[in-house]
Design a binder for this molecule. Structure first.
Ligand code: SF4
Length: 533
């Protein structure tokens, strides 16, 4: 099986997980990780049900379900974008204490430069925080190899493994050679008296000690697995690099002959001996890493040991945004390698709501209703409706994180803002908005909540939403008064009617929910085309 297939980084990861014998994938869509799960869903294994697929309500529920699968002895893949790891942080940290039975690889696809994200945090800090192995491949073939290795390592050390990729690697394509597909693990029901997954303080304390005791073993694995590579040369400069940044370095040396010493980090914890060897053989160190100055900060430490450490902290490389071969060339005092200027046609354009998007009419109605109410504020959420911040709507005042619209409107109403309006999407509502609604109902907050139901997770390409067709029932179920739930149709001729409902509900001293319900035109077009084909 040595035929190459052209795969995106995300697809190489997905194929590797299938070939590693996973029994399930658990995820919430988010750019740049979405394609991993979609690939598995569309694979023969996904379609036949041999591998369980499907979208979770959020990243926390995804990781918890994967833990359940691992508890039964089977391998699972968990995928999310970097901000999703914040949502999954609770089970993430605790899974490092419970450990795993069947291997778990947790993928965090980081988005430096914030192409479609609200921040550019670096997931390696989370892996380090949880004290679990981190693997960071630099090309598609390495992605494939590292996923297989990740499952072996996870089962060998009994810990989840964090696999970090970044946008360019996730979304670029290269030839990948597959290996033999492995069988899935047999179901292995743990003995009834196995208490490792019960994090009572007495048990957790013991597990934590054993987790600490595993750390030298994890460093040994990183040193001996052969993925980290140290090349010492008789040179002044020593380079430490990792992930896609290694590719950017190599692109500046087409003959692949780098005149400096190089330590390529693929597996963490970083072996200290290798770093010390590089340090001893170099007069100065340059750290090239995509994301935060994670390695560079730890090298500098509280007290620098004397030699110059260059990287993102001293301005040798830009502190924010994605790296590229040209900024790496400049850091190496090499000629400017930038190619031709980007044609205006592909210059970045601000995103905008699609023509005919149902949200347009929801915002028109909202703006109309709020026109005479200068003290009103609109708390919005993550997704296409965030685009309501742009002209001509200028309709929203906040967007912080998934689910924050309802809870922020709650706090603002308690502070005295009226009307306090929350705008959230259907998928985001089940992701983490519904718990905020439960709080509002309990406290009988004076809030008006618009749940823009386009029957999909539109911004990431139209994945299923856990709430499709059920929003009204969910709202009733958590206690919203049925007389203050309105399902409306966001089309031009209904704008005035929606606006009137909003004005009436602003007067009501309690929780009102307005549900403008119409399918996203992009997914509607896609399904119409599929039917035609
Ligand atoms: S993708 Fe769908 S929901 Fe998003 S802006 Fe376009 S039509 Fe609206």
């Amino acid at each position: 099986m040595d035929k190459q297939i052209m795969l995106l980084g995300d697809e190489a990861l997905a194929q590797a997980a299938i070939d590693s014998g996973i029994s399930g994938v658990y995820s919430y869509p988010g750019t740049p990780s979405t394609e991993i799960t979609e690939y598995i869903m569309n694979s023969p294994e996904g379609k036949s049900g041999e591998v369980r697929t499907g979208w979770a309500s959020n990243e926390k529920t995804a990781l918890e379900a994967a833990l359940g699968m691992s508890y039964a002895g089977k391998r699972a893949l968990v995928c999310m974008k970097h901000v999703g790891l914040n949502v999954a942080a609770d089970p993430f940290m605790n899974s490092a204490i419970t450990g795993v039975k069947g291997g778990i690889v947790i993928v965090s696809a980081d988005d430096p430069s914030m192409h479609s994200s609200q921040n550019e945090q670096d997931s390696r800090y989370y892996g380090n925080f949880a004290m679990i192995p981190i693997i960071e491949p630099s090309n598609q073939q390495e992605v494939y190899e590292m996923v297989r290795y990740g499952y072996d390592l996870s089962e060998q050390v009994g810990l989840p493994v964090l696999l970090r990729i970044t946008t360019r690697l996730a979304h670029s394509r290269a030839g990948v050679v597959r290996k033999e597909k492995r069988e899935q693990n047999e179901l292995k029901i743990p003995p009834k008296d196995d208490r490792s997954f019960i994090l009572l303080p007495a048990i957790a304390k013991r597990r934590y000690i054993s987790q600490l005791e595993k750390q030298p073993e994890l460093e040994k694995q990183a040193r001996e697995s052969g993925f980290n590579k140290l090349t010492i040369k008789d040179a002044k400069l020593g380079i430490i690099t990792t992930g896609i940044a290694y590719n950017y370095l190599m692109e500046n040396f087409p003959d692949r002959n780098i005149p400096h010493s190089v330590f390529k980090v693929v597996q963490y914890p970083i072996p200290v001996d290798d770093v010390m060897q590089l340090y001893a053989h170099s007069e100065e160190i340059l750290v090239i890493e995509e994301g935060y100055p994670f390695i560079e900060s730890s090298l500098r430490g509280m007290l620098n040991m004397g030699k110059k450490i260059k990287g993102r902290l001293d301005g040798t490389l830009p502190r924010i945004g994605e790296l590229n071969p040209n900024v790496v060339a400049k850091a190496l005092d090499m000629p400017d390698t930038r190619g031709a200027d980007i044609p205006k046609l592909v210059a970045p354009r601000p995103p905008a709501l699609c023509n005919g998007c149902p949200h347009v009419y929801s915002y028109e109605a909202l703006n109309k209703a709020l026109a005479q109410l200068p003290n009103s504020r609109v708390f919005a959420d993550i997704g296409c409706y965030t685009l309501g911040a742009l002209p001509p709507f200028n309709a929203i005042n906040t967007t912080v994180d998934m689910g924050a619209s309802i809870t922020m409107a709650k706090g603002a109403s308690e502070a005295g803002i009226h009307p306090a309006v929350a705008v959230i999407g259907d998928s985001t509502f089940t992701h983490s908005g519904v718990t905020g609604l439960i709080d509002c109902v309990r406290d009988n907050n004076n809030v008006t909540i618009m749940i823009l139901d386009n029957e999909t997770t539109a911004m990431t390409g139209g994945q299923d939403s856990a709430a499709t067709g059920r929003i009204e029932n969910i709202c009733r179920g958590v206690g919203v008064d049925k007389d203050h739930i309105f399902v409306v149709n966001p089309i031009p001729r209904e704008v005035d009617k929606i606006s009137e409902i909003l004005l009436k509900e602003f007067e009501y001293k309690g929780v009102s929910v307005i549900i403008p319900q119409r399918e996203c035109i992009q997914t509607a077009r896609k399904s119409a085309k599929q039917k035609k084909d």
